[in-house]
Design a protein around this ligand. Structure first.
Ligand code: CAA
Length: 282
């Protein structure tokens, strides 16, 4: 099973990143958004990223040309119908995801692999709603996608070996490292990362130190590239609250319970970098 054409559902932070790395590595790539406005915004963010990255010698003009040659955008789901794999990177809402996969299931041939970039939902809860559970995998990329080496590749009880091998091979050709994971809420990274991020908010609530000092402590004391509160601002406090809700429902363990400060900040619209304010002002 060879992947040649890649479809991406959603051109937000994650979708645009996956579209970027697919096209840059020679895959014919089509990215689909619900409106022209969102599509233009997502494709624009790839261009902005490339301009900065080339200036800092973190990307090449060749990469930019590969993306220009291989990447197209669309607002029509039908344009994904002849893809060998479709990777979903839309909102973390199982109902919406299943609705779109249901439509794609009718449009795409039996051979098309379906993948979800979910960070907290179970892959099997999407796979079982389609007529191709053996063709369903999880492909969880990390932010910023062009820079982060890891992809968690999730095999469910129904994923065929052929599908899993094709997904692993695809990740390898993106020059990323695949970590095979069991289909369990949060996989490896979020299972460990989310309690840590929430503990940083709890430390702030307990007035242990200022946001800057909490971040500096973890960067300088533990060698993290970015402090937990800065990382929360990048991930988005709304996204974190939603992930936390899903993980708490699954595990019922206090380390996954949302701190009051997180709920309050989301209610006030202080959801991080994308809103101009989170734990810091942007
Ligand atoms: N999300 C979004 N953008 C990020 C980011 C993140 N987590 N981390 C860094 N960036 C952006 C920076 O803002 C910067 O953008 P601008 O050029 O527009 O300012 C750009 O990436 C480069 O960052 P740096 O200046 O830090 O460049 P660097 O080369 O020194 O380091 C890096 C790059 C290796 C990505 C480093 O910044 C890093 O390690 N960041 C933390 C990444 C991280 O922890 N990612 C995991 C996020 S959690 C997740 O994705 C899973 C989930 O489901 C919630």
């Amino acid at each position: 099973m060879e992947i040649k054409k890649v479809g991406i559902l959603g051109c937000g932070l994650m979708g645009s990143g996956v579209a970027h790395v697919s096209a840059a590595n020679g895959y014919e790539t089509v990215v689909c958004e619900v409106s022209q406005e969102l599509l233009d915004k997502g494709l624009g963010s790839i261009q902005k990223y490339l301009t900065k990255a080339i200036a800092r010698k973190k990307a090449t003009v060749f990469e930019k040309r590969m993306i220009a040659d291989n990447l197209t955008g669309t607002t029509k789901l039908e344009d994904l119908k002849d893809c060998d794999i479709v990777i979903e990177a839309i909102t973390e809402d199982i109902k919406i995801k299943n609705e779109v996969f249901g439509k794609l299931d009718k449009l795409c041939p039996k051979s098309t692999i379906f993948a979800s970039n979910t960070s907290s939902l179970k892959i099997s809860d999407m796979a079982k709603e389609t007529k191709r559970p053996e063709k369903f995998v999880g492909l969880h990329f990390f932010n910023p996608v062009p820079m982060m080496k890891l992809v968690e590749v999730v095999k469910t009880a129904t994923t065929s070996d052929e599908t899993f091998d094709a997904a692993m091979q695809y990740v390898k050709t993106l020059d990323k490292v695949a970590v095979p994971c069991k289909d369990t809420t949060g996989f490896v990274v979020n299972r460990l990362l989310v309690p840590y991020l929430l503990d940083a908010i709890r430390a702030l609530e307990a007035d242990v130190a200022s946001p800057k000092d909490i971040d500096n402590a973890m960067m300088l004391g533990c060698g993290y590239p970015m402090g937990p509160l800065t990382l929360l601002d990048f991930v988005g406090l709304d996204t974190t609250l939603s992930i936390t809700g899903i993980m708490y429902d699954e595990f019922k363990q206090p380390q996954y319970a949302a701190p009051e400060l997180l709920k309050k900040m989301v209610a006030e619209g202080k959801i991080g970098k994308k809103s101009g304010e989170g734990f810091y002002k942007y």
